[in-house]
Design a protein around this ligand. Structure first.
Ligand code: ADP
Ligand code: MG
Length: 233
């Protein structure tokens, strides 16, 4: 089994110029758990995710993956060294590559040999139900299918952490619901630690073990989610 990791933010702050976006955030996420970051547009959700991904540097505080410090004021481990997978709202697929080539990209970056790459790409595409689409271009796929390709690309290298930034916001509500359930099932199967940013409370409740409410640059509340049966999910 793959070694997943806990995440922790200790007193993390971030500003754009003199606008404080995040103020001294303290948050611990257990290895293998799913946390939804919920809050209105502009409250700093994407910024927090970018700090976890290494796409932005904190102005203060420290970020840890397990025992390993990945960021502090003035220093940040780059994204490619963090062992993460990301899924964005706009899919961010390369239009000139086939579905299989898109999904293979993180493995090429890690210099995984061709045969092993092909095996893992097919496994990831099977997991999202898109194996028959391997040789298609993304432009020939629906929005939901494109987001499944992005999901396959995020999981193909079996990263320690998965980061989602409003992955379903571009899709219509029926598709959102079914894809949300698919993502949950996939995360349960993989056991990967995941942070899922959304402004949709229903999505957060369907998916997460805990919901973190962001507001005014800080954490307003943290709530555990229980399933309909009353059992923690
Ligand atoms: P959310 O994802 O919750 O909608 P963001 O993290 O994208 O919020 O943005 C938080 C705040 O930071 C907003 O007030 C936004 O205007 C500001 N912001 C985001 N990106 C930039 C940027 N590149 N330059 C300046 N301000 C930004
Ligand atoms: Mg955002």
């Amino acid at each position: 089994m793959h070694a997943f990791t806990s995440l922790s933010l200790q007193g993390v702050s971030f500003a754009f110029g003199n606008q404080t976006v995040l103020h001294q955030i303290d948050l611990h996420v257990d290895a293998g758990s799913i946390v939804a970051l919920l809050g209105p547009s502009g409250c700093g959700k994407s910024t927090l995710l970018r700090l976890l991904a290494g796409l932005a540097q904190p102005g203060g505080g420290e970020i840890f993956f397990g025992e390993h410090r990945v960021a502090m004021r003035g220093w940040s481990l780059p994204p490619e060294a963090r062992d993460i997978g990301m899924v964005f709202q706009d899919y961010a697929l390369w239009p000139h590559m086939t579905v299989a080539q898109n999904v293979a990209f993180p493995l090429r970056m890690r210099r995984v040999a061709r045969a092993e790459r092909a095996r893992r790409v097919m496994l990831a595409l099977e997991r999202v139900g898109l194996a028959p689409f391997a040789d298609r271009k993304p432009s020939g796929l629906s929005g939901g299918q494109q987001q499944r390709v992005a999901l396959a690309r995020a999981i193909v290298a079996e990263p320690r952490v998965l980061l989602f930034d409003e992955p379903l916001s571009n899709l219509d509500s029926e598709l959102r619901e079914s894809l949300c359930l698919e993502i949950r099932q996939l995360l349960r199967q993989l056991g990967t630690t995941a942070i899922y940013v959304t402004h949709d409370r229903h999505e957060a409740e369907m998916l997460a073990d805990r919901i973190v409410y962001l507001s005014g640059g800080g954490i307003a509340a943290i709530r555990s989610v229980t399933s309909a049966s009353g059992e923690p999910v």
